[in-house]
Every structure is written in C-alpha cells, then in structure tokens.
Design a protein around this ligand. Structure first.
Ligand code: TPP
Ligand code: MG
Length: 357
C-alpha cells in the first residue's frame, strides 16, 4: 500500500518542538534503501525515474505542480549506476536536478510527487519542493539549488563518519557547471588531504543552463581531480552497467581507506534545462544533437539486457506504482498557512547559553 494511508498525527520524533501541526499529516513510515542489485531491479528503477519525470512534466504543464522543475530525463543511468554501488549506511548529496538521485536511493515516489505538488504528504511536508528533497533516514542529505554546494556537504559527512569509525562513503553529485566553482576545488582539497571516503560524481551533460561545457571549462574535468591526486575516470554516463562498475571500484577503494574518487559521467539531458525553457525558444542546441543522444538512451540498452518481455512486465508494474503515487500525492492537502513556521528548525530554537532568545 502506498504511504498514503490514512492521515494521522506525526510521530513525536518528527514534530517540531512545542508546535502542534495545523494540518493532519501522514504516518511516518520507515523507508528503506532501494535494492538495485540485479539488472532487472536497475531497469525497473530507470523506468521509475523516467516515468516519474514524464508525469511530473505533465503536472507542471497543467499547473498542479507550481514553479519549475529540472527534469532528469536522459541521465537516469548515472543515478542508478552510482546508487547500485552504495550500501545502506552510505550517504549522498544531490543537486537542483535531483529527482533521479533521491528515487534511486529509495525515496518513495508518492512522497516525492507530493513534495513537488507542495502537499503535507511530501517527503519534506511540502515545504522543500523539487530542489530541497531530503531524507536523512536514507542518507539523502538533500537536493540543492546552489551549484556545487553538495560537495562540501558530502565531504563533511565523510569526515564525520571517519570520526565515528564508520566505514560509510559519501557521494557528491554535481554537473559540469560546478567544475568552475571554488567550493568544489576546496572540497577536492580537503577530501584528498584527509583521505576522506567521498565519491565525486560529475554528471557532464554538456551544458550549464545554455552554456556549452566546451566554451566554459578550461582543461578537463578529470584533470581537475587528478591535480589533487584524486583517482579520476571518465565513464559512459548512458550505460548503467559501466557507471555501476566504475562507481563500485571507487566506493570500494574509499571504504577501505584509499581516499576520494572522481567519476566524470558523460551524459545528456533530453529535455530543457528546466520546465520554463519550453516557452523560451532558446536555440543553444540543434535537433540533430538531441536526436543523436536520444539514440543512446540508457533505457533500451538496459531493457535489451533483461529481455523485452520482462522489461514490459516491469513497465506495467512501475506504471501501477506511479498511478498509486499520484493518487496519494494529489489527495494529500496543502499545508495550512497558519503552520508556515512549523518545522523550520530541527528541534526548536535553542539560544546559546548566555544569549537571550
Ligand atoms: C552558485 C550558483 N550559481 C548559479 C546558479 C544558477 N544556475 C542554476 S542551474 C545552473 C546550471 C548548472 O549546470 P550544471 O552544473 O552543468 O548542471 P545541469 O543543470 O546541467 O544539470 C546555474 C548556473 C546557481 N543555482 N548557483
Ligand atoms: Mg550540465
């Protein structure tokens, strides 16, 4: 059953201290990390992300989801390949184009869709939206609207894990547009100096908004990592199994104390930078270029590996799951404006000793 189940009060550990939520909220269920350990499961997740994004685009068009989203369509192999290499205790920091990352990690599509639609049943009670989806129970440290900002968060998580003796690994996803952000290079430096268990994953989709990477990035992506002594590999980001193999190698090395790794996944977004682009008549890439990348769509390749019949059965399964997710999301109410200040702090305001509130 979808988590939509009957609305009940939130559990004590998630309600903000001292404030009763104004709208009844759904039960807090324990999520579990997505199992991506077989080609079939990986194909099913590719399909889930693809169909989720297609439906989300429709819902933006019809105004059910307000504001824009950054569709992940075309890049699914990166999220699925990397998340397939992670263990249950690992963590990830995502980006503005983060739906694929969080779904591949196991975030319930019903919760995610409700979040996009700004409903209380959302993963962040409808307060985070597309670019702030997070679930610490799944190690999802958050999507992030600031280009490159996930890297220092992942480095911090890895450092914290090292202090506690955990062997967890942290992943930082970012785009080619982050390659010139100072904070990324600072993150490389600390991770390398302290041999932190971090996997830096650059999703090079060729463009930062409309800016071609070829006109913006001096040197190369892998060259930047190599300059810090970080082992770096370039991988076909349209091939789930190639991404998984490269990620498994880097994750195993990091987990064993070998320090950070870097993957440049060469990929492409089939849709615009964001949903507003459809109305903007931008001509920064040719229809031929888009068509050539569509030929390399990761889904048919993954479907061929498991057989057309099995793939079709999984497509049907995913369609049913998404229909239930949508039903849940759209039945969930919008938050009560009176509760707008609820949940802004993890556990209420705690003034420092000696300070006045
Ligand atoms: C620090 C910062 N600068 C600029 C922006 C505006 N911005 C949002 S997305 C984007 C392009 C990011 O490109 P890339 O990192 O390649 O990711 P992609 O959109 O291709 O997935 C820019 C410049 C921002 N959000 N944060
Ligand atoms: Mg890009």
């Amino acid at each position: 059953m979808s988590p939509g189940a009957p609305a009940v009060a939130p559990s004590a550990d998630t309600a903000s201290a001292g404030t009763a939520p104004s709208v009844t909220e759904p039960a807090v269920t324990e999520p579990s990390v997505a199992a991506l350990d077989t080609p079939e499961r990986r194909y099913r997740m590719l399909r889930l992300i693809r169909s989720f994004e297609e439906r989300a685009l429709d819902l933006v068009k019809s105004g059910v989801i307000t504001g824009g989203i950054h569709p992940y369509i075309g890049q699914e192999a990166v999220a699925v390949g990397v998340c397939a290499a992670l263990g249950a205790g690992d963590r990830l920091a995502s980006t503005h184009r983060g739906h694929g990352h969080v779904l591949a990690r196991g975030l319930d599509p019903a919760r995610m869709l409700a979040e996009l639609a700004g409903r209380v049943g959302g993963s962040n009670r409808g307060r985070g939206g597309s670019m702030h989806a997070a679930d610490l129970r799944l190690g999802i440290l958050g999507a992030n609207g600031i280009v490159g900002a996930g890297a220092p968060i992942a480095v911090g998580a890895a450092w914290a894990d090292r202090q506690t003796g955990s062997d967890a690994v942290a992943v930082a996803f970012f785009g080619d547009g982050a390659l010139n952000q100072g904070v990324l290079l600072e993150s490389f430096n600390l991770a390398a100096m302290w041999r932190l268990p971090v996997l830096f994953v650059c999703e090079n989709n060729g463009y930062a908004t409309t800016l071609p990477a070829g006109t913006a990035v001096a040197g190369s992506a892998t060259g930047r990592a190599a300059a810090f002594g970080i082992p770096a590999a370039e991988v076909d980001g349209m091939d789930t199994e190639a991404v998984r193999a490269a990620a498994e190698e880097a994750v195993a090395r990091a987990r064993a104390g070998g320090g950070p790794g870097f993957l440049e996944c060469r990929t492409y977004r089939f849709e615009g930078h964001h949903t507003m682009e459809r109305r903007m008549k931008l001509h920064y890439r040719t229809p031929e270029e888009v068509a050539a990348w569509r030929e390399r769509d990761p889904l048919p390749r993954a479907a061929a590996a498991i057989g057309a019949e099995r793939a079709a059965a999984l497509d049907t399964e995913v369609a049913a799951r998404l229909a239930a997710a949508e039903e849940f999301a759209l039945a969930s109410p919008h938050p009560d404006p009176d509760g707008a200040a609820d949940h802004l702090y993890a556990s209420g305001l705690r003034p420092r000793a000696g300070a006045t509130a």
